[in-house]
Each structure stands twice: as structure tokens, then as C-alpha cells.
Design a protein around this ligand. Sequence first.
Ligand SMILES: [Cu+2]
Ligand SMILES: [Zn+2]
Length: 196
Amino acid sequence: MKTLQLVVLTLLSISIFSCKGEKKEATDQENNTETVETTSKKEEDITKTITFNLESKSESNVSGKVTFIESEGLVNMIAELTGLTEGEHAIHIHEKADCSSADGKSTGGHWNPTMEPHGKWGAKEGYHKGDIGNFKADTDGNGSINFATTDWCIGCDDDKKNILGKAIIVHQGVDDFTSQPSGAAGSRVSCGGIIQ
Ligand SMILES: [Cu+2]
Ligand SMILES: [Zn+2]
């Protein structure tokens, strides 16, 4: 009789343990599915970043570094310049990522995919998608500007938004936001192609 009880107990505990084992596996599988879902969600929001240097143009000593970061439809630009004269300077996106000429004019005119007049960013009269504006350089010739917009993208299929293949130009003078076609901002003192 005791032997039978022992056998029954053993069988019971085996079945309990094996049940627990199956249950644990099932939970693990559920967890795995959850992990996969989280990963694919994150892939949709992947942040795109481009960083490049600006080279001196028009016999200036102006150089710099520009970073574009795109996240959830918003593109942030951070530009840091050195070697400027003290005061305000214009910064734009020009048409072509070609900084080969000594005067920077190889980049063409302002990037204007929506065929609007030159102007101040956001003006109801219109503005170029490259009309970033002006920023200030301090007494040491250092200046920086942060700019953010949902009107740009880094490498998307929309030609009215895609900044890849264009160029950043910094000018010796100030953009008056009025003169056509480029704000009378003077010579191009620094240039960098927006390329990966
Ligand atoms: Cu310009
Ligand atoms: Zn413009």
C-alpha cells in the first residue's frame, strides 16, 4: 500500500512539474512577442543624423560644423561657426551640394522648391525653404544657430522637403529678408554640402 502511495505521489509531482514547465515556456513566448513589437515600433521613429564641416570661401577664415537631426518629423539644425567678423550673418540652404568654387557660387541660388519669393522664414508673403535667417557672431568671431522645422526631411521622397544634396552657405553680410532673390547678404564666406 505504501509503495502505491509513493508511486502515485511521484507521478503527481512529475505531472505538476511538467505542467509548470509548459506554463513557463508559454510565458516566455508571450514575452518574446512583446519584445519584437517594441523593436518594430522603435524602428519607425529612428533618428536620422548628418554632420559635416563648412569650409572657408571668398578668402575668409570662416569654418564651422553643422548637424541635422531628424526625429518624429522634426528636423533640428545646429550650426557652429568660427572666424567670422563680429555681428550678424546670414545663413541659407542653397540648391547644390557643390562647394568647389572659390566664391561658393557653385552651390547655386537659394533652395526654393516651392517657387516662392525670398523672405523671412514663416512670412505670409512667402519665403524659400532655404531661408534660415541671420545669427550673431561674438567679439571673438564665434557664432551659432539652432533652427527646427517640420518643413524639411533628411532623405525622404518629398522633393519639397528633402535637404540632401543641397548646401549650407554662411554670408559675410546680413539678410534683409526683402531684396530679391537672396536678401543682399553679401559674399559667401563658408560652405558645406549636405551629404551623407
Ligand atoms: Cu545664401
Ligand atoms: Zn532666399
